[in-house]
Write a protein that binds this ligand. Structure first.
Ligand SMILES: NC(=O)c1ccc[n+]([C@@H]2O[C@H](COP(=O)([O-])OP(=O)(O)OC[C@H]3O[C@@H](n4cnc5c(N)ncnc54)[C@H](OP(=O)(O)O)[C@@H]3O)[C@@H](O)[C@H]2O)c1
Length: 239
C-alpha cells in the first residue's frame, strides 16, 4: 500500500482550488479533486498537474446535490484504493463555490437557497459523508472569505453563508478533536487584488477549541497572483 499523502479538494479544475492542487502535487501530495461542469478543464488539469511523485484525479460533483453524497463518498473510496493504493484521505479542502451578487433587499428565495446549499449545507454534509475516509490526525480546511469581516457591496447572502462556515468550523474542531482532526477556516484573500501582506486572524476563543484551529486570512504575492495560504496552512501552519 502506498504511503504518500492524499488531499481531497472540491472545485480543483480552476481558480483557487486549481492553485491549491498545483501547489500540493508539486510538493508530492496527490489530489482527488472535483469539478462541476467543466469536464474538459478537469481532464486537462489531471494531465498538467500529475508528475512522477504525485497525481491528480478528478471526479464530477454537484455540491448542491446533497442526496448524491453517499454514492459520491463511495466513488472517492473506490478511487483511493484503485488509483492511489490508499484507504484514507489526509486532507479535505472544501473550496468549491459561486457567488450571487445581490443587495440584501433584492435577494430572492431561490438565490438564498442557492448560496445556502452551495456554501454551507453542501460542504457540511459532504464532510460528514467523507468522515469515515479521513484518517485520524487528518486536516479539514473550509474556504471562507474576508467578506465576513468587512462590507462589500452586493455580497450580503454570500458573506453570511461564509460566516456560517466559520462558526461550524469551530464546532467541527471541537467535536473532531477526539480523532485528532484539525479544522481551520481559511480566507484566501482577494484573488484578483493581491498584496504581499500576509495576515492571520485568530477567532476569539479558538484557542479554547484547539490551538491549531483558527480563521486564517492571507493575501498572496502579487508577482505570482496565486494564493499560497491554503497549501501553506495545510502543510505547515496546521501541522
Ligand atoms: N476569488 C476570490 O477572490 C475569493 C475570495 C475569497 C474566497 N473565495 C472562495 O474561494 C473558493 C474558490 O473561489 P474561486 O474564485 O477559485 O472560484 P472559481 O474560479 O469560480 O471556481 C469555482 C469552482 O467551484 C466549482 N463549482 C461551482 N459550482 C459548483 C457546484 N454547484 N458544485 C460543485 N462545484 C462547483 C467550479 O467547477 P466548474 O468549473 O466545473 O463549474 C470550480 O471548480 C470559493 O469558495 C470562494 O467563495 C474566493
Amino acid at each position: 500500500m502506498s504511503t504518500s499523502k492524499i488531499a481531497f479538494i472540491t472545485g480543483a479544475n480552476r481558480g483557487i482550488g486549481y492553485s491549491i492542487a498545483r501547489h500540493l502535487t508539486a510538493s508530492g501530495i496527490s489530489v482527488i479533486g472535483t469539478y462541476h461542469a467543466n469536464a474538459g478543464e478537469a481532464k486537462a488539469a489531471e494531465t498538467t498537474l500529475s508528475n512522477e511523485n504525485a497525481k491528480l484525479r478528478m471526479l464530477q460533483l454537484d455540491i448542491a446535490n446533497h442526496a448524491s453524497f453517499s454514492d459520491f463518498a463511495g466513488q472517492v473510496k473506490t478511487l483511493l484504493a484503485s488509483g492511489f493504493g490508499q484507504g484514507e484521505l489526509n486532507y479535505v479542502v472544501q473550496n468549491a463555490g459561486n457567488i450571487i451578487h445581490t443587495r440584501f433587499d433584492a435577494a430572492t428565495s431561490e438565490q438564498l437557497d442557492n448560496q445556502y446549499n452551495i456554501h454551507f449545507k453542501g460542504p457540511y454534509l459532504l464532510t460528514v459523508a467523507l468522515l469515515p475516509l479521513i484518517r485520524d490526525g487528518g486536516r479539514i480546511l473550509n474556504i471562507t472569505s474576508a467578506a465576513t469581516r468587512f462590507y462589500l457591496p452586493d455580497h450580503g447572502p454570500y458573506a453570511a453563508m461564509k460566516a456560517a462556515t466559520e462558526v461550524i468550523s469551530l464546532y467541527m474542531a471541537k467535536e473532531l478533536g477526539v480523532r485528532g482532526i484539525t479544522v481551520n477556516a481559511v480566507a484566501p484573500g482577494q484573488w484578483h487584488r493581491t498584496s504581499a501582506a500576509v495576515w492571520f486572524v485568530t477567532i476569539p476563543g479558538s484557542t479554547r477549541v484547539s490551538p491549531r484551529s483558527r480563521l486564517w486570512g492571507a493575501s498572496d504575492n502579487p508577482t505570482t497572483s496565486e494564493p499560497r495560504s491554503v497549501p501553506f496552512c495545510l502543510t505547515t501552519c496546521a501541522g
